[in-house]
Design a binder for this molecule. Sequence first.
Ligand code: ATP
Ligand code: MG
Length: 343
Amino acid sequence: MDRTPPEGGRDVVVHATGLRKAYGRGRDRVPVLDGVDLTLRRGEVLALLGPNGAGKTTTVRILSTLVAPDAGRATVAGFDLVRDAARVRERISLTGQQVAIDLRQTGRENLWMMARLAHLPRRAARTRADELLEAFGLTAAAGRQVGTYSGGMRRRLDLAAGLVTRPEVMFLDEPTTGLDPRSRQAMWEVVRDVVAQGTSLFLTTQYLEEADQLADRVALIDGGRVAAAGGPAELKRQVGQVRLELELATTDDAGRVAAALGVPVPGGADARTVRVATDGTLAGVRELLAGVERTGVAPRRWDLRTPTLDDVFLALTGHAARTTTRAGTATGEQTRPAEEVAA
Ligand SMILES: Nc1ncnc2c1ncn2[C@@H]1O[C@H](COP(=O)(O)OP(=O)(O)OP(=O)(O)O)[C@@H](O)[C@H]1O
Ligand SMILES: [Mg+2]
């Protein structure tokens, strides 16, 4: 077996350059990817971050050989995606965005079946199934038909099914969307464990926090391309750590508080909310609050917020995250001008 010499070095397990993809034809043509470049190194976790319709699933489907790109090339686990698709498939696992388990079987049977399909010996299959049922809080429901599970339970079982084996490269498409906080934590723990065993992970997410928790590197997808990439800490540094957000009773109050804090006076529909970046330290926040107090204005409400996906988009691309709602329609969900966040 001759693996394609990995581009970008021996330790690279996914290397994609210039991936393009459009769906439909003629007037119905929807361009989705417009030259995506990505690299995943061995043993690393790469998070592809983007809003609805950005092309995350499309990228994952291309890299896992389910759809062919219109242009560009990629190697996965050392093999060319197009020429050696079968070899790529042997070395990866994919947990898609849609649940793909058998509703008539029990949770335990589903996991056994996945394990047996992955050629695990009978005993190892049982052990692995039980470990995963436990990790995802499904032990009590393991003997029940999946058809009786709640949506979150099905999703957890689906994720467990994708984690039965430890492939060279694992693709997880929005693994925790729709999960409650505890299940999300459980998922993160299992994922860390799989990565610690040597699997490289490519995941997509809409949550900055998830990228921060799991990823060594984050790639932000926007307008069909990777608009920014780097370590999560690096991205957060660019975006700001924590924001103080104050809601005032009147626009006059907002003007006074904004002036005292040295940030632009808010305008438009958001004119009673003042936002200011902090360094995230106690002292820094205390100083800002003291500044607000000195104005004599009492805010209606205030809180500290960690950056959201929208904040990241504003800071790194200068515009709001575009949500592609249907073929070819991109809507900018502009909530506030970029310069306020930068302030
Ligand atoms: N088979 C298809 N035929 C036509 N258009 C498609 C098809 N699959 C995806 N699209 C379009 O491609 C764009 C990107 O879709 P994709 O599923 O890759 O986005 P995503 O980033 O995964 O979004 P989400 O966060 O909602 O899962 C969307 O505008 C979508 O409507
Ligand atoms: Mg998707």
